[in-house]
Design a protein around this ligand. Sequence first.
Ligand code: IVH
Length: 731
Amino acid sequence: MAEQDGAPAEREVAEAVDLAARRVAWEALGPEAAVARIATLIDDLHHHNHLYHVLGSPEISDREYDLRFRELEALELRFPHLRRPDSPTSRVGGPAVESLPPFVHRVPMLSLANAFGADELRDFDARCRRFLGEDAPARIPYMVEPKLDGLAMELVYQDGRLHAAGTRGDGQVGEEVTHTVRTIRTVPLALDPAGDPPPWLSVRGEVLFELDGFLEMNRRREEAGEKPFENPRNSAAGTVRQLDPVPASQRPLLFIAHSAGEGLQAPSHGALLDRLARLGFQVNPHNRRCEGIEAVIEAIAELGRRRHDLPYEIDGAVVKVDDRALQDALGFVTRSPRWAVAYKYPPDQVATRLQGVLYSVGRTGAVTPVAQLEPVRVGGVTVRNATLHNEHQMARELALFAAPGLPPLVDAEGRERRTGLRHGDLVVLQRAGDVIPQVLGVVDEPARQERPAHAYPGTCPVCGDTLHREENPREPEKVTIRCGNRLGCRAQLEAAVKHFAGRRAMDIEGLGEKLIEQLVRQGLVQGPADLYGLSAAQLAGLERMGEKSAANLVAAIEASKARPLERAIFALGIPLVGEATARDLALHLGSLEALQEAELDRLLAVEGVGPEVAAQVRGFFQDARNRGELDRLVAAGVQFPRVAPRAPAGAALAGKTLVLTGTLPTMSRDDAKARILAAGGKVAGSVSKKTDYVVAGEAAGSKLDRALELGVPVLDEAGLLALLSDSQEVP
Ligand code: IVH
């Protein structure tokens, strides 16, 4: 449709009338006419979606698109059995899946050899020529494409409809992620019939985050007190691999096609890309055909100059022999084609002036220096601060550069010269893929010798307590400077309570970060144990808290008292004790008392516990302030349930893998999991031939169907208890 006529108000009235007229029309439709109308609307919406998202040249207004979309929604609501899987209404994100099943690539997804610098590109060209011998043309025709820095993906179409989507995985088997990938607007749900779709087609490409949208999403996360994502590539992968498709449907993801697995033959790579475009895929408009390797080198340099203007991240260029017959003659070496190579751009470096150093205090009291910088653009983002990791790096381990853009200076023996940070230094930053930049070193300006060095403060910048150094004799660069005032230091207290209540620790539903900040700042919580004394009336007085949610929160706090021992140990936030170590400690020591009393040699006997971890655990329990808080937790009713120390190999579940599904009559899922682990078994998220037992409760889902299909034995709770009978929790 062409331009809209009339003033906005008139247009709105006209559209409302239009929608009303359409509604009258649907009400009169019989099922057969509805089938036809639905088909017309689906084709029409796919067409306009493609014009808007893939080609960037819409022909109808957003409102008109919306009207047609709503008409389709209404028809599907009225005739639910006519709802089609390729309907654009299904993009908004359907139900969550239980797991990501394996996705087998019928043609393996290969990797590419790398080339750094122009000479290595010339070597690649020379290798191709040698291999082709007399058949090599004077100038080999190449295609130069941006190397998209996202998540490699295969889409499979059967009879023109999207059938499945899978990640690359190891190249042979990835994970099926159809539920999230189908929400991406540039993934055609149905191929354009005008492009003459083959009956079976597999298309490869990259799922990417649109950069502005990514930065905006991070800004909103930070505002909400959530941790920002590190880089667009990892968050694209994280979004696509979620079980719930809703976040994917709300985030600005793109799919750009760059090759085909099966179903298309074309005389050249360029012709293949044209064919993909005609089928409705987005192909990269920055792909360039070049005659000969010198033209390739120029095209790569040109792309390098423009790379930060692209709306997504690229980490290099892919050079492919364009001619299909030459590709076939060149063939493959083990896992990569001989006819293609990936050129990697060197990471971006810039220099900027240091304005100061702030010291940030983490959850476990570790104090890290953060360089405050004159704002500078590097790798497409503006950087204002950068972490310096630790004292060692800041005080002596920074490289010295003669000038930005030159390699670091070396001493007489050829070793890189190192220095510490001084006030007002010109620092060299690098950003390689990650949003968080790295401080590589400083520029050797003569005047800097007169300026004072930056030194760590002696006391905590938040609470004023004396800081201690923790040396690591084996790795001197890993010295940690820590504030030991765990619960008396506001920075640590807030972080400690957030960690304690977190999903992987005590899992207190409804106790979010903002709420914890309010509780700490108002003095209602001075340690995790205070959570157990909060009343609904106190909570209801806080911002954004109604009476109902306050009552729910009190119940959630109460329920957390029974969390399994391993989670309760993890929740304490002992430095260096992550989930896996907490589990090892729980399984080997069996109770909080045993853990509190364990001497270093007892701790060192625990599998997975080394000297640093043992020292931290011992130090934690020797600190009177931590012991006091633990006493308060126990007095408040936190149970730290005992477990029988790890069952010997040969116990009922040693080496067995179990899968839990549905609700068990008396045991919570966490409880069942802890008992299985304590008996030497493993708990997996999905059922496969390797599963030994599926434990099914009420409302068991597709895992039960899968178990029956594969003939995996299915147990109820009583069956599980019988298996566990010789290695149970001690009351
Ligand atoms: S073609 C056999 N083209 O780079 C060649 N790959 O190591 C198949 N990639 O993870 C790959 N941009 O997903 C090709 N324009 C492009 C690409 C590209 C990014 C990724 C690819 C794979 C890796 C290859």
